[in-house]
Design a binder for this molecule. Structure first.
Ligand code: GBH
Length: 506
């Protein structure tokens, strides 16, 4: 009995030692992430144009859990210096934020560039650069100019041209300081949730073709922006341009062949649609899923497949068009060929996939219904991508945990989540995955889309009722700061203070 206790104590001691021994490389970029609509506010200042979230939240407030909107949000438009101060408090190497298309181009098209919009981002970026914080800019985090939506948005074959022109303006204005570019945040959420379903603006819910049309045009738009950067800007600016795709781990529920196949098809539908054309050797949409959709489309009386094809020329143009693979990762699901199925509308992407999904009860739950702390999920997802796509450069561009506002600043569940996630990151590094950085979602509480302000992801709490949108560090902020400065994860570190300070010399 005694020996067992001693042995298990010894084992805990050793694993703590091993954990403490493992270091993140000095040049590994630790950061946090946010997006424009979720934090900025200033929705109609100066000549800013209306975007699809402004429109939806103003005209359809019932779609939002607390009937809130992003008109003011965390008011970063007026508080950007405080944001950068928080980055300095945390000792961040990098900060990922997004540019609001309609703030820079009020008309959506590139005929007129807003001086006020450009000035705002110049100030924000200059403040980061002044303190040695590497800016990582996302061109599109879901806030399409409303006018372009009226013209069809991502369903229009003209979309790639609109996006390329916007991207060129951003590269020209900010590329002397921004060396890390991300074209799109989460194509799946843009295309499936916005066009194929009703969980994001513009809630089109065109289930049969919405996701697939959007996927084709989004991928082409990404490639156009990438090539523009590569040909025109990279030679003098010397940065990198990639895309961020949400990749949760989707594994088979059982060892059966059926479940393995179901998981593969589900992965193809969730992120393969966007990753395969860019990162696979062959290019084009995922093969098995393409075949299924073509067959079902024919049975359903469509004259051609609901999933458009790439021409030979397009396939070559898109394949390899990315300097890195940005991964937003939060959780895991287990996929079953026969169980946990729901009645998807027919035809639709998930009726095409025809599989069920579940999570395990022992995985700790966050407040967001889709989010649980699933063991080793980062390692599983990244190893899968690493092998499948021949070892690309990765950045984890989002990873985080939600709680209810009432939980305040004592966020031990978030700390458990971040420590587990970062241990999984170290496992990836040990296994030879070329992972260059990690951005925690999020620097601070912000507008959680359809959930309004009811779900909080921040390392800093934001008091949305206060005039200044006061930001206060949570316990997790101190833990993250300690991990960044020591480059190790100390499982026993307990922060003593509630006051953040800025390290000299950062
Ligand atoms: C990210 O998406 C976003 O990039 C970011 O803006 C957001 O704030 C953050 O995560 C936290 O949510 O309601 O069950 O239909 C994460 C991926 C996938 C999360 C879809 C929400 C809705 C599922 N998202 N999901 S459900």
């Amino acid at each position: 009995m005694k020996t067992t206790i001693l042995l298990s104590l010894f084992a805990t001691f050793c694993s703590a030692l091993v954990q403490r021994d493992r270091r993140f490389p000095d040049d590994f970029l630790f950061g946090t992430a946010t997006s424009a609509y979720q934090i900025e506010g200033g929705w109609n200042v100066d000549d800013k144009g209306e975007n699809i979230w402004d429109r939806m939240m103003h005209t359809n407030p019932d779609a939002i859990t607390d009937r809130s909107n992003g008109d003011v949000a965390a008011d970063t438009y007026n508080n950007y210096k405080r944001d950068v101060e928080m980055m300095r408090e945390l000792g961040l190497d990098a900060y990922r934020f997004s540019l609001s298309w309609s703030r820079i181009l009020p008309n959506g098209l590139a005929n007129k560039v807003s001086d006020a919009g450009v000035a705002f981002y110049n100030n924000y970026i200059n403040e980061m650069v002044k303190y040695n914080i590497t800016p990582m800019a996302t061109l599109y985090h879901w806030d399409l100019p409303q006018k372009l939506q009226d013209l069809g948005g991502f369903a229009s074959p003209l979309f790639p041209e609109w996006f390329e022109n916007y991207a060129k303006v951003a590269f020209a204005q900010f590329g002397d300081r921004v060396k890390h570019w991300i074209t799109f945040n989460e194509p799946r959420e843009i295309c499936y949730e916005g066009y194929g379903h009703f969980t994001k603006a513009p809630i089109l819910n065109v289930t049969d073709v919405g996701t697939y049309y959007c996927a084709k045009h989004l991928v082409m738009a990404h490639a156009k922006a990438y090539h523009a950067y590569n040909d025109i800007f990279k030679p003098t600016q010397g940065g990198v341009c990639g895309i961020t795709i949400s990749v949760n781990w989707l594994g088979p529920l059982t060892d059966s062949e059926e479940d393995f196949f179901a998981a593969e098809i589900r992965r193809q539908a969730e992120w393969g649609l966007y990753a395969e054309p860019i990162f696979s050797e062959k290019g084009g949409f995922p093969q098995e899923l393409s075949k299924i959709v073509a067959r079902k489309s024919a049975e359903q009386g469509y004259p051609t497949s609901r999933m458009p094809a790439f021409t030979e020329e397009e396939r070559k143009y898109v394949r390899g068009a990315s300097d890195f693979f940005g991964v937003n990762h939060y959780t895991a699901f287990l996929i079953s060929a026969n169980e946990y199925k729901v009645n998807w509308p027919v035809p639709s992407v998930f009726a095409d996939v025809d599989a069920g999904l579940t999570m395990l009860p022992e995985w700790e739950k966050a407040v967001s219904v889709w989010l649980r702390r699933a063991p080793h999920s980062i390692y599983k997802a990244l190893m899968h991508l690493h092998k499948k796509y021949n070892g690309p450069i990765f950045y984890i561009t989002e990873n985080g945990w939600s709680q209810i506002p009432e939980d305040g600043c004592e966020d031990d569940a978030r700390i458990r989540y971040y420590r587990a996630a970062l241990n999984s990151v170290l496992d990836c590094l040990d296994a030879g995955v070329d992972l260059r950085g990690y951005m925690a979602w999020s620097l601070m509480d912000n507008l959680e889309w359809m959930e309004g302000y009811t779900e909080r992801f921040g390392l800093y709490e934001v008091d949305f009722a206060s005039p200044k949108k006061t930001r206060t560090p949570r316990k997790s902020a101190f833990v993250y700061k300690h991990i960044i400065s020591t480059r190790t994860i100390d499982p026993d570190y307990e922060p003593h203070t509630r006051t953040m300070w800025i390290d000299e010399g950062h």
